[in-house]
Design a protein around this ligand. Structure first.
Ligand SMILES: CC(C)(COP(=O)(O)OP(=O)(O)OC[C@H]1O[C@@H](n2cnc3c(N)ncnc32)[C@H](O)[C@@H]1OP(=O)(O)O)[C@@H](O)C(=O)NCCC(=O)NCCS
Length: 225
């Protein structure tokens, strides 16, 4: 069992739009820059297709919100494939998708610039994590912040909570240590065994991580493009 991840640069390729369903196209249409959304959702469809053999256009996704239970937003699931878990993350430049049968999965990619704001520590970090980051050289600080943030968000996407959980209450390992959930301090029910791995998306200005709710060690297979 492994986690398969696909990462790609965001590209304006009209063929990708053909892979999306009507609801995804509507969402894409509402965006001032639809390219990252289209790239990411086409990537997720191609990944699910590669791993399951189903035509990418005939895959249907449903959503489920862990907080309010609606099916109008929240974590994506593949209709008719209960044992298949997926996640997707994207920004202006990079999109990443993950699939596994190991357990609920969350993937997250972060641009270093998105971690460049005053108050990052107070909004996102536990004091123990702030102490780790205080030891990082100035030229590595944004990468360390982005990696820490990606690990936390990957965990919160795997649990389905997203940022309803205060990320400072989800304590992860030091950026120079193997990725791990160290402590769950949030009031929401803890997720149980959780494995985390960093994902090398081959861009110096991005960091990414994946989390799976499982006790088994993660084997990650990464495909670029
Ligand atoms: C999940 C979340 C952290 C992602 O934020 P982000 O960094 O902007 O976006 P990413 O690119 O990394 O991921 C986006 C994808 O995460 C997935 N996602 C959305 N909500 C999710 C959740 N609760 N759990 C797991 N994945 C989720 C979707 O596939 C989404 O893609 P889409 O919006 O194009 O369909 C953020 O959207 C969030 O916190 N959502 C939860 C909000 C919520 O539940 N509020 C309470 C409502 S009752």
């Amino acid at each position: 069992m492994s986690v398969v991840i696909r990462a790609t640069e965001v590209v304006d390729d009209p063929r990708l739009l053909d892979l999306l369903d009507a609801a995804e196209r509507e969402r894409a249409d509402r965006r001032s820059d639809p390219t990252p959304f289209i790239t990411a959702h086409a990537l997720l469809r191609r990944l699910v297709s590669d791993e399951t053999g189903v035509d990418p256009r005939s895959i249907a996704f449903e959503k489920r919100c862990a907080t309010c239970g609606t099916d109008r937003h929240g974590k994506p699931h593949v209709v008719g494939m209960r044992d298949v878990h997926v996640s997707v993350s994207y920004g202006q430049h990079v999109a990443v998708a993950a699939i596994t049968t190991m357990g609920e999965v969350g993937v997250d990619v972060e641009d270093l610039e998105s971690a460049d704001f005053d108050g990052f520590n107070s909004v996102t970090l536990d004091p123990s994590e702030a102490a780790h980051l205080a030891r990082v050289d100035a030229d590595g600080l944004l990468a360390a912040r982005a990696l820490t943030w990606a690990r936390k968000e990957a965990i919160l996407k795997a649990t389905g909570h997203g940022l309803v959980v205060d990320p400072s209450q989800v304590v992860v390992s030091a950026p120079d240590a193997p990725a791990a959930l160290v402590e769950w301090k949030a009031m929401q029910h803890p997720p149980g065994p959780t494995q985390v791995a960093d994902v090398d998306v081959d861009r110096a200005d991005h960091r990414a991580a994946v989390a799976v709710l499982t006790s088994h060690p993660l084997k990650v297979r990464l495909h670029q493009g």
